[in-house]
Ligand binder design. Sequence first.
Ligand SMILES: [Zn+2]
Length: 268
Amino acid sequence: MTASLPRAAVFAGDEVGRHDTLNSNSASHPTAPADNSFLPGPVLLLGAPGVGKGTQAQLLVTKYGIPQISTGDLLRANKARGTELGLKAQSIMSTGQLVPDAIVNEMVLNRLREKDVERGYILDGYPRTLEQAKFLDETIADPEFLPRLPVIAVSIVASYDQLLQRITGRRICATCKSIYNIYTNPPKVDGICDCEGAPLSQRSDDTEPVFIQRMKTFEEQTAPVIAHYRALGRFEEADGNQDVEAVSAAVEAALFHLRQQATREVGA
Ligand SMILES: [Zn+2]
């Protein structure tokens, strides 16, 4: 099973990540200041399934007081409010089709006009295509949009084996919602929750075949977007093969470094 996909192809990012991440990041990158003077600006956070992107996004939201903007949330909010865009999206989705770029772009545009984005924001699931990336770049280049900073992109990368273990090793308790991992955080008794002794279960999609499919989709979708920001000198990787605090430090160092460069470029 493990050999069914060439690893190098699945996780092409490993090689590129090495120079940034292996010989201790603090030497090669300035560290982000601990106070709130750092302006993260528009940040695209990328990460393969299981890499802990959601956790890292939440940490940035809390630390910098900036919102996370996800297309999933925007779609739900637009549908709930019954906006014209929401209704359009709903009727398209009800036929089993994907919501077209134009509608997604406009939802994002409306969101970026709200006040809370002034210090920056974390983009999640957008831009997903090269067209969306170009649209976003052009849009926020207009001085109307705050903060007046270009998008920087950081991808959290971890090895294939590490991600596979995190996903296929996951066990959950239906009673208290505790999450275990049989490799890294096993319960005291095999298959039994430490809290109240309920049996642990595995989600039906936490399997290697599902993981492989999700990785393929992730790689295919993000490759053109990564290539776009890499060509602009606004892309870095952060080592995700570490504990949450160390990953967080790597993400912040990458953001700080990229923001310094991107700010110099526009002469701000
Ligand atoms: Zn439990």
